[in-house]
Write a protein that binds this ligand. Structure first.
Ligand SMILES: Nc1ncnc2c1ncn2[C@@H]1O[C@H](COP(=O)(O)OP(=O)(O)O)[C@@H](O)[C@H]1O
Ligand SMILES: Nc1ccn([C@@H]2O[C@H](COP(=O)(O)O)[C@@H](O)[C@H]2O)c(=O)n1
Length: 202
């Protein structure tokens, strides 16, 4: 199995890049795990309490479950990947049966900041976009897809997202083998990554 880690700040375009990479690859050969699926379940908290969680700090992620799931996939076992709701700020009761594939992509803001997880990647990619561009994309996406308003997005950006980005995410770029500049759609970089994957999977 070839394991590819794709990190980058929020709104950098990780999810978009993943879709662009897997679009032209045989469906049966590629699987995706999202770090977002591994936000810790917080059933013990009220909705109001959940809105106060710092979702950009590594402690908000159940990294031990994520590492355990990736180990299972590497040994050929399927996993039940949790499903997270950004509207409820909590894990749902659903899960997605995820089978091991020749290529497994793990994507998320903090995946290169966690040493054990990072060491499991054969290729480490960081998607970079300018912070203004990322904030604009995040505003539009969170309002249209994640049930937020402008005040929520901007408050979160100022209070937790930006400081956590500077403390944990930006420094993890140093671990990347490949940095994809994604201020505009970067088809050349996507083609290069696809070529590398095709070579590895034969
Ligand atoms: N290169 C790009 N140019 C313009 N918009 C983009 C680009 N890449 C992604 N987007 C848009 O920005 C938003 C955030 O992208 P997404 O892939 O969800 O980022 P991430 O997964 O890193 O948070 C989405 O609405 C997406 O369509
Ligand atoms: N309930 C939540 C959980 C997370 N977030 C934000 O999501 C961002 C990570 O996801 P991307 O797809 O953008 O990489 C992260 O910056 C968290 O602030 C949230 O808003 N609500």
């Amino acid at each position: 199995m070839l394991v590819i880690g794709i990190a980058g700040g929020t709104g950098s375009g990780k999810t978009t890049v993943v879709h662009q990479i897997i679009n032209e690859l045989p469906e049966a050969e590629v699987g995706v795990i999202s770090q977002d699926s591994y936000y810790k379940a917080t059933d013990n908290l009220t909705f109001e309490e959940r809105t106060l969680i710092n979702f950009d700090h590594p402690r908000s992620i159940d990294f031990s479950l994520l590492v355990q799931h990736l180990k299972e996939l590497k040994t050929g076992n399927s996993i039940n990947q949790p499903v997270y709701s950004f509207v409820k700020h909590n894990r749902t009761s659903d899960s997605i049966l995820t089978h091991p594939r020749k290529v497994m992509i793990v994507e998320g803001i903090l995946i290169l900041s966690h040493q054990e997880l990072r060491d499991m990647f054969d290729i480490k990619i960081f998607v970079h976009a300018d912070s203004d561009e990322r904030l604009i994309r995040r505003l539009k996406r969170d309002i249209s897809d994640r049930g937020r308003d402008m005040t929520e997005v901007l408050d979160r950006y100022q209070n937790t997202l930006k400081p956590m980005h500077d403390q944990f995410i930006e420094p993890s770029k140093a671990y990347a083998d490949i940095i994809i500049p994604n201020d505009t759609y970067n088809t050349v970089a996507i083609d290069i990554v696809r070529t590398v994957i095709n070579e590895k999977i034969g």
